[in-house]
Design a protein around this ligand. Structure first.
Ligand code: UDX
Length: 445
């Protein structure tokens, strides 16, 4: 098929490149000239494992191209995807200006009956607005092409996006147009394993499904984070509790990890937007609001532990931090717990020496303060530091030399924000161990 993808952000780029990879001809459209220049050269503006390979081989095969010419891209397209950003506005609602501007431009340009597919995460009811906008643009120029709008939310995880796209656990399509559904069924056939991955529904339910999924996942995390605080007080280990709880198939073992709080571009934004939708419609959003409150509190837990451990020595101390990205395998620091921790430490008069395999540049842009030193190797962060805080579970942090750390750190303690380590072993090596929701470290020595 001939496809146009509007927006070469994380979602648009992965979608466009992967759809080209199975034989479609895909034109990705963006206004950002600097980004286009990079993409033409096969360079990827984000760190996403495997994506550069998919982009490069499809550029070479001339199935994938990048342009700023939206009109030409959509004129020949069987399907036009909208994958532009929907950043949060100050009140928490999603800002639709890019989605609606793209819709207008598409309506101004098409020269045939067209199906527009909304991939951006948009508040329920947006696809109807997109349809109205398209129709208004067509009417304004006296054109009478048939347009329909389908919702097709993405469920990609950063760091695993290519694999998630190629082997989805579900493909959700919301449309009331049978021709659009036929086209999308055909498009997604290569990924529709056993022919049972595709779930079609009405447009609004599809839009809602995306928010409901993220709200459900964020809720599990916040519940575990809240329970972790109680576990510490009660002398229980949240890791054992997670294991025992997750063994119930009704609960399941995934996404039950207590930690430093969730971050990223989706959970914080989507839970907030959903709560906003609820309030707008006069529906209580107690659960959603609590999920957010618990998460904000959780982002301070590591700071509180460091602050209790160092006491009056906190001001003037140096804290080593491993991991700046909001999760491993990405350079994304949006809403990352590391940033909240660093800001709190700097405000308390501490210095920070941080290391991350790929997210240093992005973190530096967020916090230009010279009291944050960013170093190029994990061990360098610890030399001359008082304590070590592990915020992101990158693989290279999973088995450090604890004895070396015990000798190197001035106030030997490790704050394990992701419960990566065996507390007893770490303490045997000469370090105080503080985890999340684990009685060890909290007990009086
Ligand atoms: C999420 C959804 O998983 C994905 O389906 C959606 O399309 C976009 O949002 P992503 O933000 O890339 O994906 O990351 P994810 O792996 O879901 O992690 C989100 C945050 O939750 C991270 O900060 C992670 O550290 C945290 N998390 C995850 C926990 O604290 N505990 C867990 O058990 C799982």
């Amino acid at each position: 098929m001939n496809l146009a993808v509007i927006g070469t952000g994380y979602v648009g780029l992965v979608t466009g490149a992967c759809l080209a990879d199975v034989g479609n001809r895909v034109t990705c459209v963006d206004r950002d000239q600097a980004k286009l220049a990079m993409l033409h050269a096969g360079q990827i503006p984000i760190h996403e494992p495997g994506l550069a390979d998919v982009v490069t081989r499809n550029l070479q095969a001339e199935r994938l191209s990048f342009t700023d010419d939206l009109a030409t891209a959509v004129r020949d397209a069987d399907l036009v995807f909208i994958a532009v950003g929907t950043p949060p506005r100050e009140d928490g609602s999603a800002d639709l200006q890019h989605v609606l501007a793209a819709s207008r431009e598409i309506g101004d340009a098409i020269e045939r009956d067209t199906v527009v597919v909304v991939k951006s995460t948009v508040p329920v009811g947006t696809c109807d607005k997109v349809l109205d906008t398209l129709r208004a643009a067509l009417r304004a120029r006296g054109a009478s092409w048939q347009v329909s709008v389908a919702s097709n939310p993405e469920f990609l995880k950063e760091g695993n996006a290519v694999d998630d796209f190629q082997r989805p656990d579900r493909i959700v399509i919301g449309t009331d147009d049978s021709q659009a559904l036929r086209l999308l069924r055909a498009l997604y056939a290569p990924y529709n394993r056993n022919r049972d991955r595709l779930i079609d529904m009405d447009v609004r339910s599809s839009e809602f499904t995306k928010y409901a999924s993220n709200a459900m996942l964020a809720t599990r995390i916040s519940l575990m984070n809240e329970l972790s605080q109680l576990a510490e007080k009660l002398g229980a280990d949240i890791e054992a509790v997670r294991h025992g709880t997750g063994a119930d198939p009704r609960i399941g073992p995934n996404f039950l990890y207590a930690g430093a709080g969730y971050g990223g571009s989706c959970f914080p934004k989507d839970v907030q937007a959903l709560a906003h939708m609820a309030t707008e419609h006069g529906v209580p959003a107690d659960m959603l609001n609590s999920v957010q409150t618990v998460n904000e509190r959780q982002k301070r837990v590591l700071f509180d532990k460091v602050s209790r451990h160092l006491g009056t020595r906190l001001a003037g101390s140096t804290v080593a931090i491993w991991g700046l990205a909001f999760k491993p395998n990405t350079d994304d620091v949006r809403e990352a717990p590391s940033l909240a921790l660093i800001r709190d430490l700097l405000a308390a008069g501490a210095r920070v020496r941080a290391y991350d395999p790929v997210a240093s540049g992005n973190a530096r842009r967020e916090i230009p303060d010279p009291a944050l030193e960013i170093v190029s190797r994990a061990n360098l962060a610890c030399e001359g530091a008082d304590v070590l805080v592990v915020v992101t579970e990158w693989r290279e942090f999973k088995s450090p030399d604890f004895r070396w750390l015990a000798k190197t750190l001035q106030q030997p303690a490790i704050f394990d924000g992701r419960n990566l380590y065996e507390p007893d072993y770490v303490e045997e090596c000469g370090l105080r161990y503080y985890g999340i929701g684990r009685a060890a470290g909290e007990r009086v020595h």
